[in-house]
Design a protein around this ligand. Sequence first.
Ligand SMILES: Cc1ncc(COP(=O)(O)O)c(C=O)c1O
Length: 378
Amino acid sequence: MRNFVLETYFSKWEFSARHHMTASDAQSMSVGDLLDLADLPADALNGLHLGYTETWGAPDLQQAIAGTYDKMKPENVLCFAGAEEGVYAAMRVLLDQEDHAIVVVPNYQAAETLPLDICAVTGVPLDAENNWALDLDDIHAAIRPNTKLVSVCFPNNPTGKIIPASDYAELIEICRKHGLYLFSDEVYRLVELDETKRIVQAADAYEKGLSLNVMSKAYGLPGLRIGWIATQDTDVLQQLERYKHYLSICNSAPSERLAVIALSVRDKILAKNRALMQANVKKLDGFFADYPDLFDWVHPDGSCIAYPKYTGRGSVEAFCEVLVEEEGVLLLPASIYRSELMETPPDRFRIGFGRANIDEGLTAFRAFLDRKNNELTP
Ligand SMILES: Cc1ncc(COP(=O)(O)O)c(C=O)c1O
């Protein structure tokens, strides 16, 4: 399998860099904080049985997840170990060697490398020069007689782009007309910076839509490793369940309990995370305004990551490398988002704004820029 360059880079730096300024999740919390938020006593999990659980996910977890959709019932939900296992299983189940898939670029790498391991894949660009717009004509043009699925992610990783709701509706119509599955990675849904830009969930809106989601991002609970796929297509879900027997078999029992608890107070968690992201993104607006010669800052539509342009001297790779080595500030340079499907902008970097400690990271970042100003300014 192809090297997952983002995760490999994180293996090196995620837990050693002093300032993780490129995190893709909201601020996390302790078990104690979560129990407090839900008004539960500290010993609430003491009676928890540590046996296997249902492959589908505990029934009350399926129910709680179904409640986050308009039309889903518990039987429309299959849980996975994180979103990642869901992407893997879905690509293996939906695609065969003779099929063809269409994937939006740039993307979270698994979105293209997993289908590429199976079949022919065509990339469709988000236009870097036009606020990451998606041209639906490109989707039309990419469709072949053997196309089986279209894979999208809005809010997008790494750009934060959300396409207009009318375009998303048109995308669904294109998929419907050609009988294509729409694999929709919705892990950043609910943390739109402008909530009027929120789009519908594919599983609600389309009979062949698969909605991928997880407790990791908007809820800030990646350590639970609870993800899921929701879809009206229960045949596909059955096949996915069979596939899961060869992967994690079932989810972690403590994680399932904690996910049910978190979903019971989801409004409180989301309100807290959104408020933090709104405050943090304003800090980034101010920060980048101070360095107009070095960066083109693009305010994202949603998610807690953005993908600005580095306009200083030298490559963005060299810039990010010296920044993390000298100042301990971790960013993800454009090479991490290089696609096998098409050219991608070479001068971007991913910065995150979901975490609580952004001030320390920005102070270190600023110290670096001020020290290196002469070397970096073009
Ligand atoms: C767009 C996207 N999809 C899926 C995943 C995988 O999520 P998880 O780590 O919860 O498995 C990520 C993680 O960064 C992501 O950004």
